[in-house]
Design a protein around this ligand. Structure first.
Ligand code: ZN
Length: 375
């Protein structure tokens, strides 16, 4: 796709970069990128991709602009309150760069439509704040062999990773089940307005690199950002041979809707493997969950996870008030049975998103920390 005179003038600063030049700019013009979620992450990502001359830019969101969005969703201004985000955002992108084609998708991604939507795009950016969408988009990208740049934010921290088919781990390799605790609802947890600006811009950077072929993508690396410390950390991550979607014998061969857990419905207990909990507690993890150890005092004293609070099951009914109502508390016992019952009690008492450490401390000692004494 050759550039017009107008485009040559518009993208002059790109053309001046030997790494991009006319060839790279033509690749950008030919690229078709879908931005899932026109929120805090999607706003800067879409704005920069439009400005950069990404030839076809899809913007997908089923929500409408609310006043409380404007603190961070820079795609919108006050006049857009009440408008569908995909539509209002699309207009903004088209006015920023009339040379590109903007496609507004005012819909909710589901197993039934995700493949049809993705079929028209070569690359996907996910900035959705819904965990179910995050897994759906990941699975669809793996199945349809589309590169994916996925990001998430929480309070003052964010994370980003890039998936390229056949070249590295997918999101599900890192977080096998919906057991993250990282993708929390901004409305509940709060978020620093400028935070998604950093992460969304990183997503756009990755997209431009993948399209033009310059630089080294964030492959097999999980990047976290802490705005309070102003620090980035990077974790090497491996593709899991037993990954349910990109592994050697995948269980997920077509996109499927995840079990939604709206706060009004009776939510199920989240199941955490020792590995998933270790990731949540690892250095740089965005927000470690509260740990509630429900074993008897003497068992707890023998050995327990740092920071765990001991509430034996016998005392739980009268001490339910001590359990944090949010943050996805993780219940722990010796082998996972007592803690599962404790989870159920906590859920009934209104604790959101209670999780059970599957296999308990025995599994933790076997898989994560052989030095952990378990009575
Ligand atoms: Zn995978």
């Amino acid at each position: 796709m050759t550039l017009t005179a107008g485009e040559r003038a518009r993208y002059q600063r790109h053309l001046a970069l030997p790494e991009i030049g006319a060839a790279g700019q033509e690749k950008l013009k030919a690229a078709r990128v879908l931005v899932v979620g026109a929120g805090g992450l999607g706003s800067p990502a879409a704005l920069y991709l439009a400005a950069a001359g990404c030839g076809t830019l899809g913007l997908l969101d089923c929500d409408r602009v609310e006043l409380s969005n404007l603190q961070r969703q820079v795609l919108f201004d006050s006049a857009k309150i009440g408008r569908p985000k995909a539509e209002a955002g699309g207009e903004r992108l088209a006015s920023l760069n009339p040379e590109i084609r903007v496609v507004a998708h005012a819909l909710e991604l589901k197993a039934a439509n995700v493949c049809a939507v993705l079929a028209d795009y070569d690359l996907v950016l996910d900035g959705s704040d819904r965990l179910s969408t995050r897994y759906l988009v990941n699975d669809a990208c793996v199945i349809m062999q589309r590169p994916l740049v996925s990001a998430a934010i929480h309070r003052f921290e964010g994370q980003v990773m890039t998936y390229v088919p056949g070249r590295g781990p997918c999101y599900r390799c890192l977080f096998p089940e919906a057991a993250d605790g990282v993708v929390a609802n901004c409305a509940e947890a709060g978020v620093l307005g400028v935070l998604p600006g950093v992460l969304g811009t990183l997503q756009a950077t990755e997209a431009i690199k993948l399209i033009t072929g310059v630089g080294t993508p964030l492959l097999g690396r999980f990047l976290t950002y802490d705005a309070l410390e102003l620090s980035f950390r990077e974790f090497r991550v491996q593709r899991r041979r037993d990954c349910a979607v990109c592994g050697e014998t995948p269980m997920i061969t077509e996109p499927r809707d995840q079990k939604a857990s709206p706060p009004t419905a009776e939510p199920g207990v989240r199941r955490l493997t020792p590995q998933a909990l270790a990731t949540l507690l690892g250095p740089g993890a965005a927000a470690p969950p509260p740990l509630i150890d429900v074993r008897e005092r003497w068992e707890f004293d023998t050995g327990h996870l740092p920071g765990a609070v001991n509430i034996p099951t016998s005392e739980l009914p009268r001490r339910l008030g001590e359990i944090p109502r949010s943050g996805g508390p993780v219940f722990i016992c010796r082998s996972g049975g007592r803690s599962l019952r404790a989870c159920t009690m906590a859920l009934e008492a209104g604790v959101a998103s209670a999780a059970n450490l599957e296999g308990g401390m025995l599994a933790w000692a076997a898989q994560i920390d052989p030095q952990m004494p378990v009575a």
